[in-house]
Design a protein around this ligand. Structure first.
Ligand code: NAI
Length: 482
């Protein structure tokens, strides 16, 4: 492989613009920049070959260059077909010292608007390390678990001796995965088994990917240790909440420019993401209604002042619907048929199965029309239209640019520290799913205080004794919920 050709992005000429935005983002990501400084000399990720599968945005570019600054080699793909920012991908491919004619950056395989085939091909490229002993990474940094899934499915089918026929696939995406694995297994019979053998671990970014990891661990199929980055407090209580509080309205505004104030909005799910979404829409003056299945979250929503009811009750009354559940089949085609004319429907959960897009496409006589990329109207036979954002995929990354840098500095500082943990202390992490140790979680928060002018109170030793903690923390027991 010619190393200069070892990437695929939309347009290298966007690299200069990407670099300018990366430079601005660095200032807004004090956690990552402090980690670069702290570990510059010791290079804890030297020898790490990190495959990343995470939205290829400007903020992710700062993460990638942090991993490189700590000694890692990196290959990258996005974890969603619409989430790549092409200028960020170009800047990463070119690198800080390269030019579009002489790219010297990181092998990145990502562009906005991939097909499903292209998406899984990119994931495969990020996992394929030419010229290395196993042909693969020794670390995975995942968001939603697709890179981890591909490795596990490959190993499973190689053990079985065959890949199930793509004709048996349950969905388009499943068919694409089966076709890819059929090809790789015929090209390189033990590709995935060999590749998995050297993987020290995976650090997983999001709620949905973490669910998959615990499931595999329960079933005894997890092949390597994992750190659940999502449940670091400085991740889920910040990115999922304050990040979505910022980027949900950004996505709705860029997609539709509809006035949110005064509108009736339904938020399905009141977990960390739902809480941020509800708050942001209320901030715009919307009347927010929440649906929940969990009595605790339903009660929280009620006490936060939202009406909590079922989707059925409000399906024909609301103007905007947002799914945030990480669950499937939340808004079905029959529901969308009952909505008001020009109701807006979008999802901010990780996968596109929250909204029944396949069912919508099958409604007899329905017509889909593209207003602009990632914004479509669907016209029912009676003339009623609804507006669907990002084809049901996460709208804050599809219609806008995802979370802003400052909040991602927390998530990605957690990611970086989790990579260092798993890579440098393999003996302390036998195969299981872990959360980041609390002292590291507190460290990440600490790294962000100065930038906001926060002055922290220091415990006096006798106070620390009285509440049973050390003066420097950790300050809370593991079961504390924040
Ligand atoms: P969570 O588990 O805290 O919240 C989900 C909530 O949905 C829960 O309270 C659950 O009870 C509720 N729920 C489940 N089924 C439901 C149903 N049928 N109807 C109504 N409510 C239902 O999860 P979290 O952290 O809020 O994440 C949600 C999703 O968003 C996940 O897929 C996660 O991966 C994704 N995510 C997306 C981000 C983005 O930038 N777009 C950022 C962070 C997470």
């Amino acid at each position: 492989v010619d190393s200069r050709q070892d990437f695929k992005v939309a347009d290298l000429s966007l690299a200069e613009f990407g670099r300018k935005e990366i430079t601005l983002a660095e200032h807004e990501m004090p956690g990552l920049m402090a980690i670069r400084k702290e570990y510059a000399a010791t290079q804890p990720l030297k020898g790490a070959r990190v495959t990343g599968s995470l939205h290829m945005t400007v903020q992710t570019a700062v993460l990638i260059e942090t991993l490189v600054a700590l000694g890692a080699q990196v290959r990258w793909a996005s974890c969603n077909i619409f989430s790549t920012q092409d200028h960020a991908a170009a800047a990463i491919a070119v690198g800080p010292n390269g030019t579009p004619d002489n790219p010297q950056g990181v092998p990145v395989f990502a562009w906005k608007g991939e097909t499903l085939e292209e998406y899984w091909w990119c994931t495969e490229q990020a996992l394929t390390w030419p010229g290395t002993p196993t042909g693969g990474p020794n670390m995975i940094l995942d968001d939603g678990g697709d890179a981890t899934l591909l490795v596990h499915k490959g190993v499973e089918y190689e053990k079985d001796g065959k890949v199930p026929s793509p004709d048996t696939a349950e969905s388009d995406e499943h068919r694409v995965i089966l076709e890819l694995l059929t090809r790789t297994v015929s090209e390189t019979p033990q590709k995935w088994t060999q590749l998995a053998s050297e993987i020290r671990g995976v650090t997983e970014e999001t709620t949905t990917g973490v669910h998959r990891l615990y499931e595999m661990h329960r079933e005894g199929t997890l092949l390597f240790p994992a750190i659940n980055v999502n449940d670091a407090v400085t991740k889920s209580k910040f990115d999922n909440k304050y990040g979505c509080r910022h980027s949900l309205v950004d996505g709705i505004n860029r997609a539709t420019d509809t006035l949110i104030g005064g509108k009736t909005v339904v938020i399905c799910g009141y977990g960390d993401v739902g809480k941020g979404c509800a708050e942001s829409l209320r901030g715009q003056g919307a009347r927010v209604i929440v649906t929940e299945i969990d009595p605790i979250c339903a009660l929280q929503a009620a006490m936060d002042g939202y009406q909590v009811t079922t989707l059925d009750e409000v399906i024909d009354k609301a103007d905007i619907f947002v799914t945030t559940t990480g669950n499937k089949d939340i808004i079905m085609a029959a529901d969308m048929a009952k909505m008001k004319h020009q109701a807006i429907v979008g999802n901010i959960g990780h996968f596109d199965n929250e909204i029944d897009m396949a069912g919508l496409a099958k409604v007899p006589g329905i017509v889909k029309d593209e207003v602009k990329p990632q914004v479509h109207t669907w016209t029912f036979p009676d003339g009623k239209k609804i507006i669907v954002l990002s084809e049901g995929r996460l709208l804050n990354l599809g219609n806008a640019t995802g979370h802003p840098s400052f909040v991602m500095s927390n998530s990605f500082a957690d990611q970086t520290l989790a990579q260092i943990e798993l890579f440098t202390k393999p003996d302390e992490y036998p195969t299981d799913v872990y959360v980041l140790p609390k002292h590291l979680d507190e460290k990440v928060a600490r790294l962000h205080l100065d930038a906001l002018g926060v002055k922290l109170t220091t415990l006096r030793p006798e106070q620390a004794d009285y509440i049973g903690v050390k003066v420097d923390g950790p300050f809370k027991p593991d079961h504390y919920r924040y």
